[in-house]
Design a protein around this ligand. Structure first.
Ligand code: GRG
Length: 292
């Protein structure tokens, strides 16, 4: 199967599972369930679910279905986007090409929809998997989304905005935790559903770290160079806010160079993983040249 056929198949499986697992929009209170579905079903690249599914596919042993883990991490990711867009944080009007949840509904509904998606992710994992690998999956997702990683990265990001200049070290902390943590977790969760061993899980984590850093640097480059229609979210926000980004610290060429270095490191990590890694290799290469 070629790369784009495989990618589209993973995305279609994810979208079907999201529709199947989420409470119907008519479930009481309908407004809340509509808002959860509105944000999740607005699309998005589905990068994290695709990583769960493609990591699971590397392994040939006895597997649990990785789809529930894929849905769970997309629920957590979507919650983080809804909350990030709120007026108390990024105060954004556009997300995934549509009005943000608080613009479409209202702030309280958006806040609650995010809360509900976060809780629902763990409910899904607890219901669908036996203790092994269920506990490990919940722990992995809780660590990645917790106060020292996703939320910690977001906190540091907000604090950095208030300062004239963030250092390269502060920026790395933000990227590693706000962005790379969930990308690492997606790969490790895929490995866990396929009973990968400790060495294999460490390899997936290393690959995820480098992919996550590539992804964030490219995100900074796109914010500085692309338009809102292409991105499906407000472009040029970082510069306008005077935010320290990779582009501000290193210039466009410097940022591109760093993205290439992390791509090379991701590809090196991939060589240590078992199975057919062609899909993940192409995914990293495409991530580097993506336009949105
Ligand atoms: C509110 C706890 C909390 C965290 C917010 C996700 C986030 C953290 C902030 C959004 C801003 C940002 C640039 C985050 C870095 C990670 C990132 C690039 C997220 C966007 O992920 P994509 O591009 O989004 O995969 P889609 O919509 O394609 O799923």
């Amino acid at each position: 199967m070629d790369f784009s056929t495989q990618l589209n198949a993973f995305i279609a499986q994810t979208d079907q599972a999201l529709d199947k697992y989420l409470p119907p929009a008519t479930t009481r209170p309908a407004r809340l369930h509509e808002a959860m579905r509105y944000s999740l079903q607005a699309g998005g690249k589905r990068l994290r679910p695709v990583l769960v599914l493609s990591a699971a596919q590397l392994f040939t042993g006895k597997k649990h279905d990785p789809l529930t883990a894929a849905v769970a991490i997309e629920c957590v990711h979507t919650y983080s986007l809804i909350h990030d867009d709120l007026p108390c944080m990024d105060n954004d009007d556009l997300r995934r090409g549509r009005p943000t949840a608080h613009k479409q509904f209202d702030e309280a509904t958006a806040l609650l929809a995010g809360d509900a998606l976060l809780t629902y992710a763990f409910d899904l994992l607890a219901r669908h998997y036996p203790a092994e690998p269920g506990f490990a999956l919940m722990r992995e997702l809780a660590d990645a989304a917790g106060s020292q990683r996703l939320i910690g990265g977001q906190m540091e990001d907000l604090l950095a905005e208030k300062k004239a200049d963030a250092t390269a070290g502060e920026l790395e902390f933000i990227h590693l935790n706000k962005t790379a943590a969930m990308i690492e977790a997606a790969l490790v969760m895929g490995g866990l559903t396929a009973q990968a061993n400790e060495i294999e899980l460490a390899g997936l984590r290393q690959f995820g770290r480098e992919l996550g850093l590539t992804f964030q640097i490219v995100d900074d480059i796109l914010d500085a160079t692309a338009d809102s229609a292409t991105l499906g979210k407000t472009a040029g926000k970082d510069a306008k806010a005077g935010k320290t980004t990779f582009v501000k610290l290193h210039g466009l060429e410097g940022a591109r160079l760093h993205a290439h270095e992390h791509t090379a490191a991701a590809l090196a990590a991939l060589t240590k993983l078992p199975g057919d890694t062609a899909f993940l290799r192409q995914l990293v290469e495409i991530m580097l040249v993506r336009k949105h």
